[in-house]
Design a protein around this ligand. Structure first.
Ligand code: APR
Length: 268
């Protein structure tokens, strides 16, 4: 990953993207860890990414959990602590405003995220498709019941989290390497990507499937694909790369009506 500072996007590109967003009847958005970087949540790859200092295969796999559930819980508890201190940034807020704007005029808006931090929901996004799960949720390894626990830190001693219903060992409700995504969620994401007029790809390195294929699926289905990222990452499907940080660029993509103090929509 190069560390060059890309040229900021030309105002012409920003205007073109804003015009297309204002005109789109159906918008899909795919976000990755870079969306939350401006909230202080570390990304996975790149110079300061988590995978630089932690071994993914020893932490984010079912084998790692069965081998040493306490080590895996301690790592997720540490990440929960980082995320608990984070707040949605201006990019998260802008996407929540855009969602209301599009839907109030009868359009379709689908937010697809690879992030497990819950910051889109906290910013007001109403139905994010969380492809990789949610770090505040847990799943029983015995009865598969899903629960939410926002305690930070988690009481991990002497016992690891246990299911209130059956007493089984709880695991993070996260999709680990080698596991399948929820088929309903990924189908909804594919449906949104292949039915949209515009796909906005924000803060993802585009290396993890199936999320990485959504941009090419959208382009093949006729959508205009725009990427917001300091590095060009989402591959050849992108029509327009806006080089920069999500918290800086995304608010500038809101339609003109929303730029001047967010006129034109109710906060409902
Ligand atoms: N604004 C926008 N993009 C940014 C910012 C920022 N402020 N800072 C970094 N980025 C970009 C990086 O250039 C990189 O392309 O965000 C991307 C982060 O890439 P990854 O760390 O690979 O994160 P992501 O693409 O979400 O990873 C996908 O991999 O490890 C698994 O399950 C994990 O969901 C994750 C998946």
């Amino acid at each position: 990953m190069s560390t060059h500072t890309p040229e900021p996007p030309s105002p012409r590109f920003i205007r073109e993207a804003r015009r297309r967003i204002a005109a789109a009847r159906a918008i899909a958005v795919l976000t990755g860890a870079g969306m939350s970087a401006d909230s202080g949540v570390p990304t996975f790859r790149g110079a300061t990414g988590l995978w630089r200092t932690h071994r993914a295969e020893e932490l984010a796999t079912p084998e790692a959990f069965s081998r040493d559930p306490r080590l895996v819980w301690e790592w997720y508890d540490w990440r929960r602590g980082l995320i608990a201190a984070a707040r949605p940034n201006a990019g998260h807020d802008a996407l929540a405003v855009l969602e209301r704007f599009v839907e109030q005029r009868g359009g379709r808006f689908t937010l697809i995220t690879q992030n497990v931090d819950g910051l889109h929901t906290e910013a007001g996004s109403r139905r994010p498709l969380e492809l990789h799960g949610n770090i505040w949720m847990m799943r029983c390894t015995a009865c598969h019941a899903v629960s939410t626990d926002r305690r930070v830190p988690l009481p991990l001693a002497p016992e690891l989290p246990a299911c209130a219903r059956c007493g089984g060992l709880l695991r993070p409700h996260i999709v680990w390497f080698g596991e399948s995504l929820d088929p309903t969620i990924i189908q909804s994401a594919v449906d949104a990507a292949t039915a949209c007029d515009l796909l906005l790809v924000i803060g993802t390195s585009g290396v993890v499937q199936p999320a990485a294929s959504l941009a090419s699926m959208a382009r093949e289905a006729g959508a205009w694909v725009v990427e917001v990222n300091p590095e060009r990452s989402a591959g050849p499907a992108v029509h327009c790369w806006l080089a920069g940080r999500a918290a800086d660029i995304v608010p500038r993509l809101l339609p003109e009506a929303l730029q001047a103090g967010r006129k034109g929509i109710s906060e409902a």
